[in-house]
Design a protein around this ligand. Structure first.
Ligand code: COA
Length: 373
């Protein structure tokens, strides 16, 4: 078995940025129009009035101040509330392929590798634009990579589940240079119609290069010390969008099919599970929490991350111990913890230890212990 490293990471940031103020302004108009259009049903009690959004609530409840999206005019149009994406012909790269390739190029540059070195591509994300052909196989083709490729979806934990799959493949010699890429176009699946959900997500794409430690060309690579995964079924975060929708006898509304959650319950149930997994993993590795220099946590909610870090460390974490990117990016699903790792690791020294950890729908949790070379 080979020891493995993460030798490079890349990040694609979408062209458009939306502040909370812009988002609240557009939803306020949309909600007022909706309530007016449904006045009779609301008065007769067959429909509930929709509540107006609130900028202060968003920052206080989540820590999100901003997000990037692939296309903002459609999202901010009160009559549309979803991005405009031109239909592409089959001869053009799909949008997820395009953003994946952009993030992968940066990651390969860091690793000192060429696209032809890649022989495994895992597209790991919550929001895949089609079932087949696998986006990963299209990415493999666009890169000019050899080997094999497949898509996987474990919601917000897709990146860490992808890392474990890639590490297993490289360690066993089934790949020499694997790329895990997380093209999260959450704006296509987010519910911008309801105030409970409209602020939560943002788009981004991250990429990670995994290869054998032996022969790694990047002196600043990170040794993969251990990977751990856990899943436990829950309906508290769901997305029911799929090919069976069109055959259902009781057709559901669009907002019943895209992302929805019971945020309070997720918060209460997932935080202890995450802290327990990390604590047990460190214990099994003979590491004290005090030896962990940094935690790159999934970026869904600021208070959630503060609670998890505090439970693991036994004291409140300094900002630099659990860096935050959700204020700028919002929840980018599986890309979030990888953005934190991509942006916040250059200051660490050789021998420093860190934990890259994601959590989300399923429930699913993945934790990767890393050591700076
Ligand atoms: N503006 C103003 N008020 C709002 C609001 C908004 N946008 N959204 C909800 N509210 C109101 C609710 O109606 C509720 O009012 P009530 O107390 O009168 O019933 C109150 O604010 C609290 O709502 P709640 O949904 O319980 O808020 P919260 O404090 O739990 O925060 C989340 C909501 C989603 C930010 C938070 O629960 C969260 O982030 N949880 C973790 C979710 C997560 O990590 N999911 C993973 C996704 S991959």
């Amino acid at each position: 078995m080979q020891d493995c490293v993460i030798s490079g990471t890349g990040l694609w940031v979408p062209p458009d940025r939306i502040t909370n103020a812009e988002l609240v302004a557009s939803l306020t108009v949309a909600v007022e129009r909706w309530n007016e259009a449904h006045k009779a049903e609301i008065e007769s009690g067959t429909l509930e009035e929709r509540d107006l959004p609130n900028e202060r609530f968003i920052v206080k409840a989540s820590g999100v101040e901003n997000r990037y999206v692939v296309e903002k005019t459609g999202v901010l149009d009160p009559e549309r509330l979803r991005p405009h994406l031109p239909t592409r012909s089959e001869d053009e790269p799909s949008i997820q392929c395009e953003i994946s390739v952009a993030a992968i190029h940066e990651a390969l540059d860091q690793a000192g590798r060429e696209p032809e070195d890649v022989d495994a591509v895992l597209v790991a994300c919550s929001n895949l634009q089609r079932p087949y052909p696998a986006v990963a196989i299209e990415v493999q083709h666009a890169l000019g990579a050899s080997g094999w490729a497949y898509d996987l979806n474990v919601a917000c934990s897709s990146a860490t589940f992808g890392i474990q799959a890639a590490v297993d493949a490289v360690a066993r010699g089934n790949a020499r240079c694997a790329v895990v890429v997380n093209p999260e176009l959450t704006s296509g699946h987010n519910n911008f119609e309801l105030r409970d959900y409209h602020f939560i997500f943002g788009d981004a794409c991250t990429a990670i290069v995994i290869e054998p430690a032996d022969g790694c060309r990047n002196e600043a690579a990170w040794d993969v010390i251990d990977t751990r995964l856990v899943t436990k079924f829950s309906n508290n975060i769901r997305n029911d969008f799929g090919f069976l929708n069109r055959s259902e006898d009781d057709a559901r509304e669009a907002h019943e099919l895209v992302f929805r959650q019971n945020g309070r319950r997720v918060f209460r149930e997932v935080c202890p599970m995450v802290a327990e997994l990390i604590t047990k993993q460190l214990g099994d590795l003979g590491l004290a929490p005090s030896e962990i220099r940094r935690m790159w946590l999934h970026q869904a909610n600021l208070a959630m991350n503060q609670l998890i870090a505090k439970t693991v460390l036994g004291r409140p974490a300094e900002q630099d111990e659990a860096p935050v990117i959700l204020d700028e990016f919002a929840n980018t699903s599986s890309a979030g913890s990888v953005i934190a790792f991509h942006r916040h690791r250059d200051d660490l020294a050789s021998g420093d230890l860190g934990v890259l950890c994601s959590f989300g729908a399923g429930y699913s949790i993945g934790s990767v212990v890393l050591k700076h070379r």
